[in-house]
Design a protein around this ligand. Structure first.
Ligand code: GTP
Ligand code: MG
Length: 170
């Protein structure tokens, strides 16, 4: 029988970058442009098959608004992976993502897998963050970088597939 893994994954990033939309795309394959800003955090699960194992993601979609920031450690504690999201059309959100990567590398688990997701790639004609800048930052910090669009679904399944592949199977 196939090996079954449970991975806790947390989404972090500024309010409005599209964390909830990414999770809804991955879990429900839907996109709604007028979704409400998350309060506290939302919990969802999704199961995917790799070649020889099955991975069940237990996903904490955190709230990006500043007033919830102090709650974040409750959600990333014990997480095997974090998806740090910024918006490709919001330079300030890239600075926010860097702060989250820093915090995770200081206070997260020692072998936590960090995915950096540049979301809203469907708007890349008005992008504010260079692909090369993000790739270089990810390389320097040991993260992996992917561009996604919750709206069109581009990159979303690949993001979670990559996370599942990179988490150590212990
Ligand atoms: P908080 O819950 O406040 O932390 O925000 P969030 O990061 O969960 O953002 P949310 O998923 O609520 O998305 C904010 C808005 O961005 C949505 O209402 C969408 O209109 C828009 N959005 C999200 N993802 C995309 C995307 O891939 N492309 C485009 N064009 N818009 C997106
Ligand atoms: Mg949200």
């Amino acid at each position: 029988s196939r090996a079954m893994y449970h991975f806790k994954v947390v989404l972090l990033g500024n309010s409005g970058v599209g964390k909830s939309c990414l999770v809804n795309r991955f879990v429900k394959d839907t996109f709604s442009p007028d979704i409400e800003s998350t309060i506290g955090a939302a919990f969802l699960t999704q199961t995917i098959a790799l070649e020889t194992e099955t991975v069940k993601f237990e996903i904490w979609d955190t709230a990006g608004q500043e007033r919830y920031r102090s709650l974040a450690p409750m959600y990333y504690r014990g997480a095997q992976a974090a998806v740090v999201v910024f918006s490709l059309v919001d330079a300030e959100s890239f600075a926010g993502a860097k702060a989250w990567v820093n915090e995770l590398q200081k206070h997260g688990g020692s072998d936590i897998v960090i995915a950096l997701a540049g979301n809203k790639s469907d708007l890349s004609h008005v992008r504010k963050v260079d692909r090369d800048t993000a790739i270089e930052y990810a390389r320097a910090t040991g993260c992996f970088y992917l561009e996604t669009s919750a709206k069109t679904a581009v990159g979303v399944n690949e993001l979670f597939q990559q996370v599942a592949r990179r988490v150590p199977k212990t």
